[in-house]
Design a protein around this ligand. Structure first.
Ligand code: AMP
Ligand code: ZN
Ligand code: FE
Ligand code: FE
Length: 285
């Protein structure tokens, strides 16, 4: 094990791998966490926990404390809401079945988006979407709009993936499809059945104050108060809410690798005390 240069405990609780829309494999991300001297990590791929098969043994070998995680897409009154799940047993059948349902939902939704794009003279095949992140077709992963955006960019229909979101794929844009999704409440229930903790992800990115107000009435366990590139004066608001509701405070970078090159792993994190709240829940789950 490498000797720690920086003794400060930092745990990044939000990042994505090639199992969803990140550009680094689970192995690469755990190695990067180790190189950056992160003490703790949670991989929160969209609607899947597949990264853990590789990540768990490697993290153990390198001495990175890993806590189970996932980021689920949900809806609250037509608004999309991301919910983080943490500290659940990975073998849990309830959670695995939920991930499978999401995979089916996404397959339908992606087809719907591709068909809308084709009608706008932007033909993207399923193969092109699948190949857009790493050029390989063999990897099982959660596919979504980022992969479509990259394929559009690679085929020259937009000058960067952000433009694809701005013009076609973003909420309410020309080719946006919400797709049948689970409500925030249903998602919380599944996470609780799976013995996990349900956390509101990046609350500052919610569509409206009305949505936030409704979410605050649901039985969440916590809220993501620290997030890459979020200003300290924004943190205060979420920390106050966590305090008022006696909720858990989490934080992380939302690192995606190449897809969001401006965000680096470890750019947002929680300390040992906050990390141990998740670990204790896991031990007692
Ligand atoms: P999906 O899960 O298919 O709905 O895609 C959502 C993901 O797309 C988010 O988690 C982000 O990683 C990414 N995303 C959403 N909006 C944008 C945007 N405007 N530019 C780049 N990426 C985005
Ligand atoms: Zn993402
Ligand atoms: Fe998110
Ligand atoms: Fe995320």
């Amino acid at each position: 094990m490498k000797e720690k240069i920086n003794q400060e405990f930092r745990a990044d609780l939000h990042c994505h791998t090639t199992c969803s829309d990140g550009s680094m494999t689970p192995e690469e991300i755990v190695r990067l966490a180790h190189e950056l001297d992160l003490s703790g990590l949670s991989i929160t791929d969209h609607d899947t926990v597949d990264a853990y098969e590789v990540a768990v043994p490697l993290a153990k070998q390198l001495g990175v404390e890993l806590i189970s995680g996932a980021e689920f897409s949900s809806i609250q009154d037509k608004d999309s809401v991301h919910i983080l799940a943490y500290a659940f047993p990975l073998q849990n059948r309830v959670l695995q079945a939920f991930c499978e349902k999401h995979a089916l939902r996404r397959r339908e939704r992606n087809r719907e988006i591709l068909s809308k794009l084709a009608k706008h003279n932007i033909p993207i095949s399923e193969e092109e979407m699948l190949a857009s992140l790493t050029g390989t077709l063999s990897f099982k992963r959660t596919l979504g709009r980022p992969h479509i955006a990259l394929a559009m960019y690679r085929k020259g229909y937009v000058s960067n993936p952000q433009e694809a979101f701005r013009k076609y794929l973003g909420e309410g844009k020309l080719c946006f499809c919400q797709g049948e999704s689970f409500t925030a409440e249903e998602t919380i229930n599944v996470i609780h059945q799976a013995k996990g903790l349900a956390i509101i992800a990046h609350p500052h990115l919610l569509n409206s104050e009305g949505t936030l107000k409704k979410l605050l009435k649901l039985p969440f366990d916590g809220i993501e108060c620290y997030y890459a590139h979020m200003h300290a004066n924004q943190n205060e608001r979420w920390l106050q809410i966590a305090k008022d509701k006696n909720w858990i405070v989490t934080g992380g970078s939302d690192f995606h690798g190449e897809l969001k090159p401006q965000i680096s792993l470890g750019s947002s994190w929680v300390d040992q005390e906050r990390f141990s709240v998740l670990q204790n829940h896991f031990i007692n789950a």
